[in-house]
Design a protein around this ligand. Structure first.
Ligand code: ADP
Ligand code: MG
Length: 330
């Protein structure tokens, strides 16, 4: 199977679903997209490298899902609506079964969010998946990291920490297996699901964006809640208080000793949840949007004038946290 046959068989046919956002898809030198008149184009790229972002031999269907999910999560964090995506793929060999499963996972999520594959590049090399998503958003409605305001409520979708715990258990890390048991990944299938099949929160995000002025800053939590919240605080020149007791905690995380649990909740990574700030006046509207989009949502704290992040326990005492997000070069 040559390069063009590979593209045609696995990516072109499935990618040619007619969409109003695409004037011309795969097969020419460029794709032609049709954002709605007056909209801004939102663009984001994320790369997944074998051995760095995923294990060798990981289920290719889950990998197809995750490669797109982490990109759609970035669109969600801006409140942008998907228009389409490109896929740059380096493959060690053209393995039919692997490609079919990868494409299945990829297109299931793409179709669920009406985000067609419009182009890409395919080459031989160590397994590497790079996706660029494009979306559209009305001017002034994008949720930027720099827009948090003192007094805002702080909201988190879903819950954090499970992907990190799954990773530790898969690697056989002592503290994780001692606390959760050798069968933890079987007993808690949601852990692996959270690591391998994150849910981009696009439905809620697009509802939030149209709430307009009251919804201020947002970020998707990919490198740990504390670190990613830190990006909002730094960009906005504000601080935050987070109530530890308000952080939704998965059953498996409850098995961990307290310090490990707090570390997973705050510095987990790979969560792909949405963290955003909203003027309290819009509380009812935000909670209605969460209901309408069937998105689990929790108010976890508020934005304050004093800089820095304070995590408070049930009695209001500050808990010591290292708010260091994941850094590939640290
Ligand atoms: P060019 O040489 O003009 O860059 P290519 O030969 O690389 O074009 O690709 C031919 C067509 O197939 C282009 O439309 C390109 O966008 C598309 N394509 C290549 N690889 C992929 C892929 N992995 N997924 C989707 N489309 C792809
Ligand atoms: Mg090319």
């Amino acid at each position: 199977m040559g390069e063009f046959e590979l593209i045609r068989r696995h990516f072109q046919r499935a990618g040619q679903v007619a969409r109003p956002s695409v004037a011309l898809g795969i097969g020419d030198d460029c794709a032609l997209l049709k954002p709605q008149p007056g909209c801004q184009l939102a663009v984001s790229t994320d790369m997944l490298v074998e051995g760095r972002h995923f294990f060798e031999g990981v289920d290719p269907e889950a990998l197809g899902h995750k490669a797109l999910a982490v990109n759609l999560s970035d669109l969600a964090a801006m409140g942008a609506r998907p228009l389409g995506f490109t896929l740059a793929l380096a493959l060690p060999q053209a393995d039919e079964a692997w490609l079919a499963a990868f494409a299945r996972g990829l297109f299931a999520l793409a179709d669920a969010h009406a985000c067609p594959l419009v182009g890409g590049d395919t080459t031989r090399g160590p397994l590497n998946i790079c996706i660029t998503v494009m979306g559209e958003v009305r001017p002034g409605l994008a949720m930027q990291r720099s827009q948090a305001q003192v007094g805002d409520d702080l909201y988190l979708t879903g819950r954090t920490g499970e992907a990190r715990l799954a990773l530790e258990l898969m690697q056989g890390t002592d503290w994780a297996t001692q606390a959760c048991g050798a069968q933890a990944l079987t007993q808690h299938p949601e852990l692996r699901r959270r690591l391998e099949r994150p849910t981009p929160r696009l439905e809620l995000a697009t509802l939030l964006a149209v709430l307009g002025n009251a919804v201020h800053a947002a970020i998707d939590v990919s490198d740990g809640l504390a670190g990613d919240l830190g990006h909002i605080l730094a960009a906005s020149g504000v601080g935050a208080e987070v109530a530890l007791g308000q952080l939704p905690t998965a059953p498996a995380l409850a098995l961990l000793p307290e310090a490990r649990r707090i570390d997973c909740l705050l510095n987990g990574g790979d969560d792909y949840e949405l963290l955003f700030t909203v003027a309290p006046i819009a509380r009812a509207a935000v909670e209605a949007a969460a209901q309408a989009s069937h998105t689990p949502l929790q108010r976890i704290g508020r934005i304050s004038a004093a800089p820095g992040l304070r995590v408070l326990d049930a009695s209001g005492h500050a808990v010591a946290v290292s708010a260091r997000g994941f850094d590939h070069f640290a």
